[in-house]
Structures are given as structure tokens and as C-alpha cells.
Write a protein that binds this ligand. Structure first.
Ligand code: ATP
Length: 324
């Protein structure tokens, strides 16, 4: 192994830069050369490469987004696209890659590895924290803190006007961000795709508790693959309870941005170093994972992309229990 490529792919997440930096510095410390591949898999196809030296990744640790840029590449889904990518990697002398992204990015790496002999190791980067096999994905902690800060502010208006706010939180098929932020803000109800029974609890809450005067409410709704789902839910509540002062807020892309939290920076740094070590250890098609108190683990891409991350049942139960 002499030269590795590093790329970010799919949706951006805070902490990706910290991972790029860690991969670059760890590789250089181990006498490898590093090339940054810009714009995800599309950059492989276009030969959009930049050499990375130790100092090139200075001053990025604390910045959100990804300095290498990211993209969704339709061309990489085609055989021709992947052939072009391979030729470019060969020409550049890249003999292994670290890809920072979500399950789509790991599926892409897996498909590529079926035809070509360039090993890939993945680092999970997504605010959803929905990857199977790892307790943690880069960006989750920052996003969680962003949501909590935003909802705390909305709570001021809710309380001052005795309003009930339905707030949509990101998470395509995964409700962990919604569930955790809901617990952290003391939401009156949390609606996530994985626990339908919480919807019944919302009904009960509205029937029983909300008649009292001087009460405001926060209901956190996971986007669940359909941005704007919250509008439908709020409308239905408004129709059934015409006396309520209902409002909707969709937090949107502020959840993806911002300075990475300390926890995200540390996770990214740990996983970045582990990814380089795994490549040097002749590993391929695996995702670096953090399990049980932030210990490194390796999970085959095949497993990571096929299975779903289970929702934290403890948190669901806690929400049911204390919401009286
Ligand atoms: P996020 O969770 O933030 O959406 P992701 O990594 O899942 O991140 P995707 O857009 O699903 O994001 O995937 C990133 C890229 O991986 C795609 O744009 C595509 O280039 C590549 N990819 C995904 N699936 C495949 C596949 N089956 N074959 C080849 N390439 C793929």
C-alpha cells in the first residue's frame, strides 16, 4: 500500500472534515501518500483529485460540511461510470480508498469492489445515526444539539402563547434523532416511524391533558421519508381539536450544518485513524464502527447496508412512562 484516496459521499454531516484530517494525518504518519477525491464518486469519474499533505488539512477540524465537497453520482451507478472511475484511480496510483458517507456510499463501494481490486474502508457519516452495526455515526451529536437548541427557542413562543407546536426533525426512515431530541427537550409527544404506539399517546394527551389552560406543547415529528409530513399531522389535529392554537415548524437544513461538537470531532478522529489502520491490515469492504463506550469495531459493508439500526426501545419506554 503506497497511496490512498479519501472521499466524502452522499449527504454532508458535521465532523466529516475531522475525519478527512484524521485519515490524512494517520496515513502520512504511516508513510502513505494521500489524495483527496472531490465531489464523492463523481470526482473519481471526473478525475477530480487533489494531493493532501499534513498541512493541507490544517484549520478544518472545527468546520462543518466537507472541504472535499460531496455529491450524489448517478453515473457511478452505471458500469461505464465505475470503469472510468477505476481507470482514473489507477492512473493516479491510488491503491485503496476511505469513503466517508452513509449506506448508499457503502453500497457503491461494494458494487465497485465486485469488479475491481481496489479495497474500500468506510467511515459512517450521517446525522441520522441509522447505520447497522455502529452505535454512532459522525454528525449525529452535532445535529442533536442543533435540534435541541432550536426547539428550546420555539418553546419560548409556545409557552408565551399557549400554543402547540409540531416540529419536524430530519430522519428519512430513522426516528432516532427525533426520539433523542424529543427526550432532551421534554416533548409532550414524539412521532417516529418505528414506534406507532406513540401516536396513540399523542391522541390521549390531546384528549386528556391539553384541555387545561396555560399549557403549551411541543410535538416532535420525524420526517419519515416525506418532508412536510408534519403539516398533514398538524392539520388533522387542528380539525379534531378546533380550540387548540396549532403551529408547524420544519427545522430543515440547519440540522445538517454547523460546527461539529467535541464528541463528533473525537469520533471522527478515532474512526479516521482506525480506517487507515484497517487498510494497512489488508481489510476491505468494511465499515469502521464505534460500539460500547466508543470502542472501535469492524462491520462488513454487506451487513451494514442490509440491516437496519434498531430504535432504542429504552428511550421509547421512557418517553411513555414520564409523559404524564
Ligand atoms: P446519506 O445517508 O446522507 O444519504 P448515502 O451515502 O446513503 O448518504 P446516497 O446518495 O444514497 O448517500 O449514496 C451516495 C452515492 O453512492 C450515490 O450517489 C451513488 O453514486 C453511490 N451508490 C449508491 N448506491 C449505489 C449502487 N447500488 N451502485 C453504485 N453506486 C451506488
Amino acid at each position: 500500500l503506497e497511496k490512498i484516496g479519501v472521499l466524502t459521499s452522499g449527504g454532508d454531516a458535521p465532523g466529516m472534515n475531522a475525519a478527512i484530517r484524521a485519515v490524512t494525518r494517520a496515513a502520512i504518519a504511516k508513510k502513505l501518500k494521500v489524495v483527496g477525491i472531490r465531489h464523492g464518486y463523481q470526482g473519481m469519474i471526473d478525475g477530480d483529485f487533489v494531493p493532501l499533505r499534513a498541512r493541507d488539512v490544517s484549520g478544518i477540524l472545527h468546520r462543518g460540511g466537507t472541504v472535499l465537497k460531496t455529491a450524489r453520482s448517478a453515473e457511478f451507478r452505471t458500469e461505464e461510470g465505475r470503469e472510468k472511475a477505476y481507470q482514473n484511480l489507477k492512473k493516479e496510483g491510488i491503491d485503496a480508498c476511505v469513503v466517508i458517507g452513509g449506506d448508499g456510499s457503502f453500497t457503491g463501494a461494494l458494487v465497485f469492489s465486485q469488479d475491481y481490486d481496489i479495497p474500500f474502508v468506510g467511515i459512517p457519516g450521517t446525522i441520522d445515526n441509522d447505520m447497522y452495526g455502529t452505535d454512532y455515526t459522525i454528525g449525529y451529536d452535532t445535529a442533536l444539539n442543533t435540534v435541541v437548541e432550536a426547539v428550546d427557542k420555539i418553546r419560548h413562543t409556545a409557552a408565551s402563547h399557549d400554543r402547540i407546536f409540531f416540529i419536524e426533525v430530519m430522519g428519512r426512515e430513522a426516528g432516532l434523532l427525533a426520539l433523542s431530541s424529543g427526550i432532551a427537550v421534554g416533548a409532550e409527544a414524539i412521532l417516529i416511524p418505528e414506534a406507532k404506539r406513540l401516536e396513540i399517546e399523542l391522541d390521549q394527551f390531546l384528549k386528556k391533558g391539553y384541555k387545561e389552560k396555560d399549557r403549551s406543547g411541543i410535538v416532535i415529528v420525524a420526517e419519515g421519508g416525506e418532508t412536510g409530513r408534519v403539516i398533514k399531522i398538524a392539520k388533522a389535529v387542528e380539525e379534531n381539536y378546533p380550540n387548540l392554537d396549532v403551529r408547524v415548524s420544519i427545522l430543515g437544513h440547519i440540522q445538517r450544518g454547523g460546527k461539529p461538537s467535541a464528541r463528533d470531532r473525537i469520533a471522527a478522529t478515532k474512526m479516521g485513524v482506525a480506517a487507515v489502520e484497517a487498510l494497512l491490515d489488508d481489510q476491505k469492504s468494511i465499515m469502521i464502527a464505534l460500539v460500547k463506550n466508543f470502542a472501535i469495531d469492524h462491520v462488513p459493508f454487506k451487513k451494514a447496508v442490509k440491516l437496519n439500526h434498531a430504535i432504542d426501545e429504552d428511550l421509547v419506554q421512557i418517553q411513555s412512562l414520564i409523559n404524564i
